[in-house]
Every structure is written in structure tokens, then in C-alpha cells.
Design a protein around this ligand. Structure first.
Ligand code: GLU
Length: 474
């Protein structure tokens, strides 16, 4: 992935600049605003792990940005370039994300400096368990206080190791499975969590396209159908986003950017096929058919309707902002557009839908998983069959009166709520509500110059109200 050549502000500074603009639109005491912005605490740990007979030392962080609600929530990232600044910025984004979409958590984030591709599964398990233990020791992992989740470089497998490490150390904690979310379903996870961030991006985009006034802001018209999309990153978020947009919304994925180059085909790429190729070969280089672009990042600058950066922060920056030709930027990664780049994009009439809104699907479904773990029962377990019986009675009553319900419709009507349906409907509802709150704030206040500032203002207001009501602020 490209590193900006221009001297850019740090990730944290970028987040804070948006914060300052949003705060200026609010009636929040200045010192409270400062306190919220700065974040509460950060733990840095260095630990050794013996791999193939050699001792290697690792460094990692867990940052807690806000505790106005507990637990504090946010993923753990495994990547070679992780830094304290990045972890703190991401923890802050978690605070704003949760507040915006009404998920009652504080914000946190963790990161470990590691290139996971360089280690086999056995070594990764050892490293993950050791990192988890270091965090558990200091209460940076616990169902009540701090609950990690997957992020870049981690997934359900790592979450299972973390849950197992926590359980080994706290076997008497009856809520131990709620110490981490994003677990495999067989380990207390919830159906729909893996696809959640991607599906959330799609739900967010669908809601955007329900508002012609907003669609016009991006010089677009109509629905997602037929829209030309370029996506950066075919990891968990990018893959699900692209696949759902293609299969359920009829959008055209014309470009896919990966770490080893990009694929471009104006007629559209087959997301599933590219993803399978990537899983087998480790990248997209060598994929037959579409045009291959060695300098993948160049494709960010190609003409398209929607550009979806779903990889990492800072990819749209002072180096390339001027050359971006997309109409809408759907931020499916955290912080992909720098603060200064957004100023340029806006002058060009390009509209970004901000990360703190669009990437919140993951933590929304994490919230559902946490609730499931605390209640020790799968959603729908007690109601599904009951609902089906009720629907059956309703259908037969209607049919007794002469009406005929088609086999297709009656099959749909008969189905009681399964966990996956409930998760998706809860996610859809959360995404719609938050979009409407954000757009409403954007249109209502003349001084709100972007969705990002509108979203951030809503979040800060909620966090501030919470602190003020608790009486923490003197
Ligand atoms: N890592 C994801 C994010 O950045 C999910 C966090 C969570 O589920 O707690 O939003």
C-alpha cells in the first residue's frame, strides 16, 4: 500500500482536526471537549515469545479513549507498521463510532507490531495468547471493562485464542465468553459478525441512495444498480462489501486494488473469483482477463461513481487527492482520507461518507454478540418456532376466507426470526437511523460543512452529555 510522500499530519492529528471543527459547532464546555479529545489511557507492553527455539520480542498497545460507557470496545490490529499514534487514533474513532450508532460502549483499540504472514499458525497462537495474557493481567481485556474484536490482520481464529486464554485465567467468570467479540459461532460468536462491517457499508450506501437530495451532493442519480465501483482491499471488509454490492444491488465492481497490484475491467470483475484467486495465490497478480496495473494505487485515481477504500488509513492524501475522479468516496477503512485531502476533495465536489459512520457495522454486531454472551442464549431460540406457529395460523385463517397466498410468499411469511435475520435487521436499522441523524445534522446546520463533521458533532455531544450527567466533570 502506498505511503504518502508529502509530509502529512499524523493519523491522530487528522482525527483531532475533525474533532475540533465539530466541537466548534457545539455548546460543550471547552475543557470537557479537551478531555474527550485526548483519550484516557494507553498501555504499552513488550513481551518475549520463544519461536523455533529462538526468543523474539514483541511490542504492542491497548489504548482506551473513552470510558463514558463500559466496556470500552475496539479491535486488535496485527500489522508491521502499527504505532502508538495509530492505536490512539483508532481508539478515538471507536468512541465516535459507537456514540454515533448508539452502541453503549466506550472506545478502545489495540495493536501489535507483527507481520502475521511471516509466522505459522502455531507461532501466531503462542504470540496472540501471550499478548492477550499481558492485557488480561492489567484489565485491558474483560467482559465488563474492555472487549477487543478483530481488526486488520486478525479474525475469528485469533478471537477464539483470546477467549480461551481469558477463560483459562478467569474460569469463575460466568460471562467470560463476552471478553472478546468476533469469535467463531461455535465458540460463542454470532452469525453475521464476519460479514458485518461489509454489510454495514452496504446498508449505509443503500440508505444514502434513498435520499435524492444527498445523492445530488455527489453529482450522482438513481440507485446502486449499475454504479461503477472501485474498491481498495479485498480483505474481510472489502470482500463482503464488494460481493454484496455486486450480487444483491447490481453494482459493477470495475476495479479491485490489492497489495500486489490492481485489476481493472470496465465491464465488471467477478468478486468471488478474484477473491478465490487471492486466497490461493496471496494476491491478484497473475489473474487472467482484466487489465493488471502494477502500481495498484494508481487505480484510486480512475474515473468511477464510487471509490471504496477498504484497506488502511491515509491512502487518499495530499499526493493524490487532486487527481481523484470518483464522485462518492465510501470510507470502508478507518481514516482512509486525510483531513487536508478532504478539503481538496470537497472543492472538487467529491463527497466522502465518513468512516465513523460507514465502518460501524462491525461494532454494532459485536454489541449483539456481547449481549448474546451475557444472556447465554442464541437470539431467536425461544421465539422462532412460536412465531412460525402463529404465522401458520394466520395464513390458514386468511386462506379459509377464500384468499390464496402464493407458495413463495407463504414460505417467506412462515419463517420465524433466526439469529442471522435478527442480526441483519438490527444492523440495517442501526445504520439507517445513524445515517438519518447524520444527514439531518448536516442539512439543519448551515455551519456543518461535511458529513464527517456532522457525524462527529453528534458523537461528541452524546459523549459530553454522558460525562456531564455522570457528574465526572466538575
Ligand atoms: N475493528 C472493528 C472496527 O474498527 C470492530 C470493532 C469491534 O467490533 O469492537 O470498527
Amino acid at each position: 500500500m502506498p505511503t504518502p510522500k508529502t509530509q502529512e499530519k499524523s493519523f491522530r492529528e487528522n482525527v483531532n482536526l475533525a474533532f475540533d471543527l465539530a466541537l466548534a459547532t457545539l455548546d460543550v464546555p471547552e475543557k470537557l471537549g479537551y478531555y474527550i479529545k485526548c483519550g484516557n489511557n494507553i498501555y504499552q507492553v513488550r513481551f518475549p515469545v520463544k519461536i523455533n527455539g529462538e526468543v523474539e520480542s514483541f511490542i504492542g498497545w491497548r489504548a482506551v479513549h473513552s470510558e463514558h460507557r463500559l466496556p470500552a470496545k475496539g479491535g486488535i490490529r496485527f500489522a508491521p507498521m502499527v504505532s502508538q499514534d495509530e492505536v490512539e487514533a483508532l481508539a478515538a474513532l471507536m468512541t465516535y463510532k459507537c456514540a454515533l450508532v448508539n452502541v453503549p460502549f466506550g472506545g478502545s483499540k489495540g495493536g501489535l507490531v507483527i507481520d502475521p504472514r511471516k509466522y505459522d499458525e502455531e507461532a501466531l497462537e503462542k504470540i496472540t495468547r501471550r499478548f492477550a495474557f499481558e492485557l488480561i493481567k492489567k484489565d485491558y481485556i474483560s467482559p465488563a471493562v474492555n472487549v477487543p474484536a478483530p481488526d486488520m490482520g486478525t479474525g475469528a481464529r485469533e478471537m477464539a485464542w483470546i477467549a480461551s486464554t481469558y477463560s483459562a485465567h478467569k474460569p469463575n467468570d460466568i460471562d467470560r465468553m463476552a471478553c472478546v467479540t468476533g469469535k467463531p459461532v461455535s465458540q460463542g460468536g454470532i452469525r453475521g459478525r464476519t460479514e458485518a462491517t461489509g454489510r454495514g457499508v452496504v446498508f449505509g450506501l443503500r440508505e444514502f441512495f434513498r435520499h435524492p437530495e444527498d445523492v445530488k451532493l455527489a453529482n450522482l442519480r438513481g440507485t446502486l444498480e449499475g454504479k461503477k465501483i472501485i474498491i481498495q482491499g479485498l480483505g474481510n471488509v472489502g470482500y463482503h462489501t464488494a460481493k454484496i454490492l455486486q450480487e444483491e444491488d447490481g453494482a459493477k465492481i470495475v476495479g479491485i486494488i490489492e497489495h500486489d497490484g490492481a485489476l481493472y475491467d470496465p465491464k465488471g470483475l467477478e468478486v468471488e473469483k478474484v477473491s478465490q484467486f487471492k486466497l490461493n495465490q496471496g494476491g491478484v497478480k497473475g489473474y487472467q482477463g482484466p487489465q493488471y496495473i502494477k502500481e495498484g494505487a494508481q487505480l484510486l485515481e480512475e474515473k468511477c461513481d464510487i471509490l471504496i477504500p477498504a484497506a488502511m488509513e491515509g491512502v487518499i492524501n495530499l499526493d493524490n487527492a487532486q487527481r481523484i475522479q470518483a464522485k462518492l468516496i465510501a470510507e470502508a477503512a478507518n481514516g482512509p482520507v486525510t483531513f487536508d485531502a478532504e478539503l481538496i476533495l470537497r472543492k472538487k465536489g467529491i463527497l466522502p461518507i465518513p468512516d465513523i459512520y460507514l465502518t460501524s457495522g462491525g461494532v454494532i454486531v459485536s454489541y449483539f454478540e456481547w449481549i448474546k454472551n451475557l444472556s447465554h442464549i442464541r437470539f431467536g431460540r425461544m421465539t422462532k418456532r412460536h412465531e412460525e406457529t402463529q404465522h401458520e395460523m394466520l395464513i390458514s385463517a386468511i386462506e379459509k376466507n377464500g384468499a390464496k397466498i402464493s407458495a413463495d410468499l407463504s414460505e417467506k411469511l412462515l419463517e420465524g426470526s433466526s439469529e442471522i435475520n435478527l442480526v441483519r435487521s438490527g444492523l440495517d436499522d442501526s445504520m439507517r437511523e445513524a445515517f438519518n441523524a447524520m444527514r439531518e445534522r448536516y442539512w439543519r446546520n448551515g455551519n456543518m460543512d461535511s458529513y464527517r463533521i456532522a457525524a462527529m458533532a453528534i458523537a461528541i455531544e452524546k459523549v459530553a452529555t454522558s460525562y456531564l450527567e455522570m457528574g465526572v466533570y466538575p
